[in-house]
Design a protein around this ligand. Structure first.
Ligand code: NAD
Length: 301
């Protein structure tokens, strides 16, 4: 049985949607939870305390421990205060779920800097502002679990979401580095790419929305936040009860030895494109060093 006894979690954007489900599940299994949410509209404007308060009230009514926090992840001081709140209220911080999110969809040729910046502010800079102070404490205590909320819009692409896609894939880059820097401190950092019916998606999912219960995403988050979590630096696609691993792979490719066969030319690339792109025998390197180790023997051959 996976439980979170004596564990403290900070979940950003936990007043609604996916974050509220994560908070309720972790709290029901013993975690003390900081329910962060400034209660903004989907585009990040306006603000109200009610969503965070309601989730905290629900958790408490069910016998759990939770405290509300109304800060914005985009504000460095408020983000740091969320982490401090976990420590001052519950004594430590073991878990961060970077879940806060907004949307400002526009076709790229119409995308203004403001709408680019606002989305990066919440998803990417916000993840930095929250995760760094927590990561420092996790290093000191040699334990931590961090979950990034990425998106298929960045991993695979979605029309009209250049800002969102860039920010969401930025969280994956973040994860890839933190998994290495956190490894010796038992800090595990993973990402989900969820699909679920929330106010963010209800108008775009169509009839399949009925099948995409947001609560079906939270068990994966709970596993990744648990002591039992056996992976780090991995991405999981989660939708309506389906769970899959997504990854960045490298094909065996094609090699032209510069000393023996001459320098690579654009025409070589054209002629060998099929071999370069052939996915047979691909690998999934765990770091850039691991990829280099694969290439080095060829270069010295
Ligand atoms: P949602 O709108 O219901 O929840 C997002 C929450 O984040 C809101 O309660 C909002 O108030 C909060 N928030 C916004 N800006 C914030 C800020 N600056 N600081 C703190 N909190 C802030 O949407 P959701 O679908 O539950 O989204 C949760 C996360 O999952 C988001 O990061 C979203 O991008 C991601 N996501 C969702 C889906 C999906 O299918 N629903 C797919 C891919 C990714």
């Amino acid at each position: 049985m996976i439980d979170f006894q004596d564990r403290v979690a900070l979940i950003t954007g936990a007043g609604r949607g996916l974050g509220a489900h994560h908070a309720r599940l972790l709290a029901s299994r013993g975690a003390a939870v900081v329910v962060n949410d400034p209660g903004v509209a989907t585009d990040g404007t306006a603000s109200e305390q009610r969503p965070a308060d309601e989730v905290v009230a629900e958790i408490k009514a069910a016998g759990g421990a939770a405290v509300a926090d109304y800060g914005s992840v985009s504000d460095p001081a408020q983000a740091e205060a969320m982490v401090e709140r976990a420590v001052s209220e519950f004594g430590r911080i073991d878990i961060v779920v970077n879940n806060a999110g907004i949307l400002r969809d526009k076709a790229f040729h119409n995308l203004e800097w403001d709408n680019m910046n606002a989305v990066i502010d919440v998803h990417l800079r916000g993840a930095f502002h929250v995760t760094r102070p927590a990561f420092r404490k996790m290093r000191e205590q040699s334990y931590g679990r961090i979950v990034m909320t990425s998106s298929n819009s960045g991993l695979l692409g979605n029309f009209g979401q250049a800002n969102y896609g860039a920010a969401k894939l930025g969280q994956v880059g973040f994860m890839n580095v933190l998994k290495l820097e956190g490894a010796k401190y038992n800090i595990k950092v993973n990402a989900i790419a969820p699909v679920a019916r929330t106010r963010m998606t209800e108008e775009i999912l169509g009839p399949v929305a009925d099948k995409l219960e947001p609560g079906l995403v939270s068990p994966v988050v709970a596993y990744l936040c648990s002591e039992a979590c056996a992976v780090t630096g991995e991405i999981f696609s989660v939708a309506g009860g389906t769970v899959s691993r997504m990854f960045i792979g490298v094909t065996p490719g094609w090699f032209k030895h510069p000393d023996k066969e001459g320098a690579l030319t654009p025409e070589d690339v054209e002629a060998n494109l099929a071999k370069i792109r052939d996915e047979t025998g691909y690998i999934v390197p765990a770091s850039n060093q691991e990829e280099l180790q694969k290439i080095a023997p060829l270069l010295f051959s």
